[in-house]
Design a binder for this molecule. Structure first.
Ligand code: EPS
Length: 400
């Protein structure tokens, strides 16, 4: 079974990921992972933190001479910002609560002790997490809730992508909406999307929309606001039969939705036509079947490549909606945890939007779920064994 966990706080020493259940003899080089980490750091609208970090993976276990061993793989991505946070985030010491800091306030130098964070931001994990985990300092919640954690998922996703690529399967994302600006659908092949999308600073395929999106981000920055959006994930055609209809927790659409929904700030998922399918008659929704070139195919792909919780031989098409980032420069009303008094919170540093980056994270988690389903269907302990199982299955389909 392919499974993974991530660890790490946003301003702690590092983010790590442990991956279990990878087959032996899959070729992995750090550059395969670093390439994905760099893609995640990009996108117009990110804040100062991304200028500071330069995410690079260190492989601590499970890979020798660029080949997986079949043993657990550990990835570590160091946080450069740790250098500025050691006193506060160290596992030892006093959490920096007694540290004296000189701040400049209205032209006057004031000595202040590093305070606890007691002001929960609306829309963040701050309030619910602090109450649930019995924390007086919201930092003990926000550090782990931060989207910094997704570096670990992107590292694991890079490995999942490598596994899928051995079978010619690729996963890519593009932004279809940023703030109020919607991209027009483009008639592009998978290869064209793959080649073009990272050239756009907002990772969209519609150049006209790109200009408007950037304008809206600039505007939001000026007014201290943040923006959400929607990204779409597409894949090359997948073999029929990944996932299963027989049990709720084996349905691949549900598993993909859960994986995408677990990305920070994601509020909605669509598969294929998604919500739009509910307003159309069945005759305008379901994809007609035909037989051509020795295989069963569909005239359209409104189902997004999934029927009955299984891949149906077509490419996947999924969409995820991201809410605007809740860390705002523009103050929103909230209540102090300690004093219970009203306040208006504002922050010093945040991203205006992270939708382009969220698409890269979306690719990673989708690749991970596909790799899991792949190993369930064609599983083996080595790449050679998996390739043999895959070949047998494809041959059996050809004989139908
Ligand atoms: C985040 C706030 C910002 C983001 C961060 C997520 O970080 P900081 O508070 O250090 O300025 O840049 O995202 C990342 C660090 C990342 O790697 O994606 C938040 O509040 O969740």
């Amino acid at each position: 079974m392919f499974r993974y966990l991530t660890t790490g706080e946003s301003h702690g020493k590092a983010v790590t990921a442990v991956v279990e259940g990878l087959p032996a003899n899959l070729e992995i080089e750090p550059k395969d992972i670093n390439k994905e980490l760099a893609r995640r750091q990009g996108g117009y609208g990110r804040g100062g933190r991304m200028k500071l970090e330069n995410d690079q993976v260190e492989i601590l276990s499970g890979i020798r001479a660029n080949q997986t061993l079949g043993s657990p793989v550990t990835f570590q991505i160091k946080n450069k910002d740790w250098n500025n946070w050691q006193e506060i985030m160290s596992p030892e010491g006093d959490g920096g609560y007694n540290k004296e800091e000189v701040i400049i306030e209205k032209d006057e130098k004031v000595k202040e002790v590093t305070p606890k964070v007691t002001k929960p931001r609306p829309g963040h994990a701050d309030l619910a997490g602090s109450l649930k985990y019995d924390q007086e300092d919201i930092r003990n919640i926000l550090e782990r809730a931060s989207a910094r954690e997704t570096t670990g998922r992107v590292a694991v996703g890079a490995v999942a992508k490598k596994l899928l690529q051995e079978f010619g399967i690729k996963v890519i994302s593009h932004v279809v909406q940023l703030g109020s600006v919607k991209a027009d659908e483009q008639e592009l092949t998978f290869v064209e999307i793959d080649n073009q999308v990272d050239d756009s600073p907002v990772r969209t395929l519609d150049q006209k929309a790109e200009t408007k999106m950037i304008e809206e981000i600039k505007q939001a920055k000026k007014t201290g606001d943040s923006l959400g959006g929607v990204f779409e994930i597409v894949t090359t055609p997948l073999p029929v039969g990944l996932g299963s209809h027989v049990q709720w927790d084996r349905k691949l659409d549900g598993r993909l939705a859960q994986a995408l929904m677990s990305i920070q700030a994601i509020k909605g998922i669509e598969v294929g036509l998604g919500f739009a399918s509910s307003g159309r008659p069945g005759s305008k929704v379901h994809d007609e079947i035909y037989y051509h070139d020795g295989r069963f195919q569909h005239q359209t792909n409104n189902a997004g490549g999934l029927e009955g919780g299984m891949t149906n031989g077509e490419p996947l098409r999924l969409r995820a909606a991201m809410k605007p980032i809740p860390t705002l420069y523009k103050p929103l009303e909230s209540v102090d945890l300690e004093t219970k008094e009203k306040f208006k919170a504002s922050v010093e540093r945040s991203d205006v939007t992270a939708v382009p980056a969220a698409g890269v994270v979306g690719e990673a988690v989708v690749a991970i779920e596909l790799a899991k389903a792949w190993l369930e269907k064609f599983g083996g302990d080595s790449m050679a064994e998996i390739k043999q199982n895959y070949k047998n299955y494809i041959q059996s389909l050809e004989q139908r």
